[in-house]
Design a protein around this ligand. Structure first.
Ligand code: ADP
Ligand code: XUL
Length: 525
């Protein structure tokens, strides 16, 4: 009997899924919540409080502690991790980890009688890690673009214009803010390649899926771009691990994990990727056709691309598809956390966002509209100190709960619909994933706004599942299409079909929403 393990180090949690590819079963799912399980890091949503200039960081020791805790929980359930034949996984995209020269020796000499955090933390040349929510690097983006001759050139090479949360601009900001600590940095990993390195006890590469989220890779030749690297920070390429295909086998599971958690010395580690590219595979959307909307901490929309084309407005991205070729991605920073803020401000519950709660108001919300951004947004790029509400007096005062709930959701998904037109991709069916995807009210609004069937998969946790499926393919030679057929089937009872009366209402409302957005949005902080 052999198992495959998939891991997911996302914004708010570190999760796992264990599958048996021969019996076609999910054996176990486990999760460590940073906020609930590791409160000592004072990061209720997985990150430290945002600074006034828009910096958002996480403590990488928290990730290490969560890694040990996650594996300990699986082991404590009596699951035999010695059966794991292959492992892969994903990290939240763009986040970066900064290590001094001692990292290489520490990595090779991990001892099972001590924790990962105790052994690795002394190697951090930057004690906190900037994550994807950081919007503090507008100046650095402009400098990188200028040095390349404009946004269009950065986008043509890297698949995206220079973007605040992308790793290159973040590295440049670090170099400018603390040149000594940058000089003391021997290796910069992404969250994904950092975890893969630990697991293998040796340096793991950055894969094409996550590497494209850095504004540093040439996505046509799949190599670090000299000009982009020079425009970012001195001597940068030597501080980066190599850029490799997502299917690269890094090695076998390190002795630390064998001794501590019972892994076999033969278990193979496949390069990790970003959470969105991993979810593409976990949703069975590796080949063009299925559009995925992920409703995690951020909301994202992504799909495998038939041809590599970029967003003329500069909000969307092209990443490597872990199965080869390319994928598109749009990220909306005001996802679940914005829904939670609206919910809490109204004293509401998720039931108010579900089908029954929404039944009190009609599609189009009697003209009540909301731009539901709290602070910075990335699609479109800009900022609002508070959401903008336009409509009836009681609504604008937050006194009409059902109307505010509907306006929040309609605003989020009208914004998503408007900014995904450049993909020019048929969306006859959409697969939803992420924490909020279980909410049928949200699924209904997505179906009606996009005019497409919406389904959910039978297996939840598509990011970790994507890791397991990729590991099965790359390390065990299993057939990707067969794995997807088995593990990525839509749950037949979950399909929500669009209401043909509602979609035309939303097409018209999208124009009004766009006007309000253009009038209201302020430049990035
Ligand atoms: P991430 O992978 O980014 O850490 P998840 O995909 O686990 O995030 O999603 C977590 C989010 O899901 C929570 O922040 C919460 O707001 C949201 N969520 C959970 N249940 C519901 C629900 N029934 N309706 C709406 N949102 C929900
Ligand atoms: C994608 C993005 C987020 C993170 C965290 O560009 O910034 O979706 O990957 O989930």
């Amino acid at each position: 009997m052999r198992y495959i393990l998939g891991l997911d180090l996302s914004t708010q949690s570190f999760s796992s899924v264990l599958i048996d590819p021969d019996e076609n079963r999910v054996i176990d799912s486990e999760s460590v919540s940073f906020g609930k399980d590791l409160p000592q890091y004072k990061s209720p949503n997985g990150f430290l409080p945002e600074t006034e200039d828009g910096q958002v960081h996480s403590d990488p020791r928290m990730w290490l502690e969560a890694f040990d805790l996650l594996l300990e929980r699986i082991r404590a359930k009596g699951i035999d991790l010695g059966r794991v034949a292959a492992v892969s996984g994903a990290g939240q995209q763009h986040g970066s980890v900064y290590l001094d020269a001692s990292w290489f020796d520490r990595l090779a000499a991990l001892k099972p009688d001590k924790s990962l955090a105790d052994q690795i933390a002394p190697a951090f040349s930057r004690t906190t890690s900037p994550i994807w929510m950081d919007s503090s690097t507008g100046k650095e983006c402009a400098e990188i673009a200028e040095s390349l001759g404009g946004d269009a050139e950065v986008c043509a090479r890297s698949g995206s214009v220079a973007i605040e949360r992308f790793t290159g601009p973040q590295i440049r900001a670090f170099w400018k803010r603390d040149p000594d600590a940058y000089g003391n940095t021997a290796r910069i990993h992404l969250v994904s390649s950092f975890i893969a390195s630990l697991l293998a006890g040796r340096e793991a590469p950055i894969d094409h899926g996550d590497g494209a989220g850095m504004n540093l890779a040439n996505i046509h030749q799949w190599r670090w771009d000299d000009d982009l690297a020079k425009a970012t920070a001195p001597d940068l390429i030597e501080k980066l691990p190599p850029l490799k295909p997502s299917a690269t086998v890094v090695g076998t599971v390190a002795e630390y994990f064998q001794k501590k958690y019972g892994f076999s010395p033969d278990a193979r580690v496949v390069a990790f990727t970003g959470d969105n590219p991993s979810s593409l595979i976990g949703m069975g959307a590796g080949a063009p056709g299925r559009v995925v909307i992920s409703l995690g901490t951020s909301d994202t929309l992504f799909a495998a691309m038939e041809d590599c084309h970029t967003d003329p407005q500069g909000f969307g991205h092209v990443f490597g598809n872990p199965t080869g070729g390319y994928m598109s991605l749009l990220c909306f920073r005001n996802g679940s956390l914005a829904r939670e803020k609206v919910r809490d401000r109204l004293g509401a519950s998720w039931d108010d966002f579900d089908v029954d709660g929404l039944s009190a108001t009609p599609p189009g919300n009697n003209g009540n509209l909301m731009i539901p951004f709290f602070g910075a947004e990335v699609t479109p790029r800009g900022s609002l100190p508070e959401p903008v509400l336009s409509g009836a007096d009681a609504f604008v005062r937050y006194d009409d709960k059902p109307a505010v709930v509907r306006a929040c959701l309609e605003g989020q998904f009208l914004n998503m619909w408007l900014h995904t037109r450049w993909l020019a991709q048929e969306t006859s069916s959409i697969s939803l994933t992420g924490g909020a995807s279980q909410n049928n009210g949200i699924a209904r609004i997505v179906a009606d706004i996009f005019g497409a069937d919406v389904n959910r998969l039978a297996v939840s946790g598509s990011v970790a599942l994507g890791g397991a499926l990729r590991a099965g393919q790359a390390a065990l030679g299993l057939d990707g299409a067969e794995l997807a057929q088995t593990f990525c089937q839509p749950d037949p009872g979950s399909t929500v079909r669009p209401d043909s009366n509602a979609t035309p209402v939303y097409r018209k409302l999208a124009e009004t929403f766009r006007d309000l957005l253009e009038k209201s949005l302020q430049p990035p902080e």
